[in-house]
Write a protein that binds this ligand. Structure first.
Ligand SMILES: NC(=O)c1ccc[n+]([C@@H]2O[C@H](COP(=O)([O-])OP(=O)(O)OC[C@H]3O[C@@H](n4cnc5c(N)ncnc54)[C@H](OP(=O)(O)O)[C@@H]3O)[C@@H](O)[C@H]2O)c1
Length: 284
């Protein structure tokens, strides 16, 4: 494939994204003459923007909130993970044809296995949250043959929809609300706890809130927070107090970006360079 010059990420807003920092570092480290830019695209302009990606000057883009679903009708093909997730986070331009992928589930699993040191096969798992990222996480865990799932969410109906997906694949699953007494039992018996809510996120709905307290977290669990800003989230701080193993969201972010890089450029991504640049970006 001819390497072209333009890569980037679209979202709205997009100023907070650290993807330009670690993707550009990856391109530069390999001497690839390409620029990775952030594009703030209004929802009404998504179709026109996606069409503009068919240009010879474009290799591909990442897609983030709130456009992951909105871009889908404008693409020529969509891979299996993205179809199942109902969301696209990576688009590649192949000679004017646009293909959509979703690398979030892959990034989640790679970070869990390589940085968290845990294979979810057969593991009892508590998922906190049931939004877009939780769907990708549940999908990835089902592929990895997770043992059983409890999904706790503020809005029960959204948790129920994820539980139906799990049960349709023969995995025992239960939906509860975040405030339910059942959260205690589910946390106590969990080997893996994953936060997919935006609680604790800088500029999110509640920056200081943790979905669990230390007393609810078993020291034997791995607590994985998808939130990556701040690095030490309120949940991870509670988990540390409980003596549990912790994993923040930054490695997932880098691994999903590395997978996008490999789709665009058909060569191995320099993951170490990307991780260092992401850490630098987090430090400000
Ligand atoms: N590390 C990574 O690579 C990565 C990738 C994707 C996402 N993330 C992070 O994951 C988080 C969630 O992203 P998303 O795309 O899933 O967002 P989303 O689709 O908007 O879902 C948000 C989730 O948070 C819950 N929530 C929001 N405000 C709440 C509150 N005040 N109290 C209780 N629950 C609340 C929502 O519950 P309801 O259903 O009741 O509204 C829902 O479950 C974000 O912080 C995002 O940055 C990280």
């Amino acid at each position: 494939m001819t390497i072209r010059t333009a890569l980037g990420i679209i979202g709205h807003p997009i100023g907070h994204s650290i993807s330009p920092r670690f993707q550009q570092a990856a391109l530069d480290s390999l001497g690839i003459n390409a620029e990775y830019r952030a594009y703030d695209v209004e929802p009404d302009d998504v179709g026109a923007f996606v069409d503009s990606l068919r240009s010879d000057a474009v290799t591909g883009i990442n897609v983030t909130v709130p456009h992951k679903e909105a871009v889908m009708p404008f693409l020529d093909e969509i891979d299996e993970w993205a179809t199942e997730a109902g969301a696209v986070n990576t688009i590649v331009n192949r000679d004017g044809r646009l293909a959509g992928y979703n690398t979030d589930g892959y990034g989640f699993l790679r970070a869990l296995r390589e940085s968290g040191g845990l294979d979810p096969a057969g593991k009892s798992t508590l998922i906190l949250g049931a939004g877009g990222s939780a769907r990708g996480v549940v999908q990835a865990l089902l592929r990895a043959e997770v043992g059983g799932l409890t999904v706790a969410n503020r809005t029960l109906a959204r948790a129920e929809s994820l539980v139906e997906l799990a049960r349709s694949q023969g995995v025992a699953a239960e939906a509860i609300t975040l405030e339910s007494d059942r959260v205690d039992d589910a946390a106590r018996s969990a080997q893996l706890i994953v936060n997919c809510t935006s609680l604790g996120m800088t500029h999110g709905p509640d920056e200081t809130a943790s979905p669990l307290r230390a007393a609810q977290i078993p020291p034997t669990a791995l607590v994985y927070d998808l939130v990556y800003n701040p690095a030490l989230t309120p949940l991870l701080s509670e988990a540390e107090q409980a003596g549990a193993t912790t994993l923040g969201g930054i490695t997932m972010l880098v691994y999903q970006g590395a997978a996008s890089f490999e789709i665009w450029l058909e060569r191995p991504a320099p993951v170490g360079v990307m991780m260092d640049a992401a850490m630098d970006a987090m430090r400000g």
